[in-house]
Design a protein around this ligand. Sequence first.
Ligand SMILES: Cc1ncc(COP(=O)(O)O)c(C=O)c1O
Length: 393
Amino acid sequence: MKYSERFESLDLGGGEAELARRFRALREGGVRVFDLTQSNPTRASLAYPEAAIHVALSNPDVTVYRPDPKGMLPARQAVAAYYAERGWPVDPEQIILTSGTSEAYSFLLKLLCDPEDEILVPSPGYPLLDFVSLLENVHLVHFPLAPPAGTDGRWRVTREALEEHVTRRTRALVWIQPNNPTGNVASPEEAAVLRSFAEAHGLSILVDEVFADYCRPGVTFTPLRAEEGLVFTLNGISKILALPQMKLSWIVIEGAAGALRDARERLEIIADTYLSVNMPVQTALSALMTHARPVQGQIRARLEENEACARALLHGQDRVQCVLPEGGWYLALRLPDEVDEEAFALRLLSEAQVHVHPGYMFGFGAGAWLAVSLLTPPEEFREGLARIIAQAS
Ligand SMILES: Cc1ncc(COP(=O)(O)O)c(C=O)c1O
């Protein structure tokens, strides 16, 4: 059978698949595995307002199909209200609903790129973008974030790294803040660098803010809003409400009036082709959004508890180090440079029954890294991390 050549570049059945296969085999064999990759909030022992969710989903409007490529107005108004609460006035006309942030990325690559064009993305960064771009025939070009110097540092973007990777085919710059999995957010100086770089090269900016509500206390979140050019801000309820199964995200389009109108017209054509956002979630959105705080509060408490545990367990040893994130649901652990991440993750699973993501999955360049989820139930997190330290020692 002839398949699209796009799959030729994938390592189907390679290292990651082997780790996942061995994890499944252990679980199916009844072995207790400490799974530090869990980032599905609906399986993280959080208390959801279930009755209120059921009520929100029984809005009588749901029985009439009213297709609108941008998404239903009441749902877009609920999104605008979310931003108004955060001091950003957004007109519902600037909003396009999508069935997930991945779909939002896909739409934006269709809008901005021709086949073989390029987009710049931070590395380490969110691995799903590799697949989204592969499916859109766009090349991902990774620009490296400067790693932290010591455990007090942070991951940073530099103008030099951006300039080194831009070409005449570059169409857009992706910025994720807080980043997955390094947890960095742009300082005001970095935000200025990103904006002036994009302006100098005529690039649109795609800002992924899905973890914006999970910044650590004291961290200043500097939004990347448009001054010149187009900025597309992505977010959704998979993280805001911890409801990934509802499949609702959005794009906020920002830019000068003419550019905004042109972008919106084109995005509407793309969205109209699929009309993928289901009506039940659109009719429920404004009611669902009123329940953000309790769930977010539980998640913040979980992140804090696991971070405190990591600080305590990692203190006083030098085999495993971490840089505490400024936001997000992940923690990056640094192992001694001589360690082979992939072999370590496989050994950790078979010898200590701990499942982690090896750093190469996220494009950590130099050094040996693991990424673990801070959403893991605390007892499991504690035992898993203790075993990682023992395995590395
Ligand atoms: C940075 C980032 N963006 C987007 C998403 C996906 O969001 P959605 O579930 O809305 O597609 C994730 C998922 O973990 C993520 O880490």
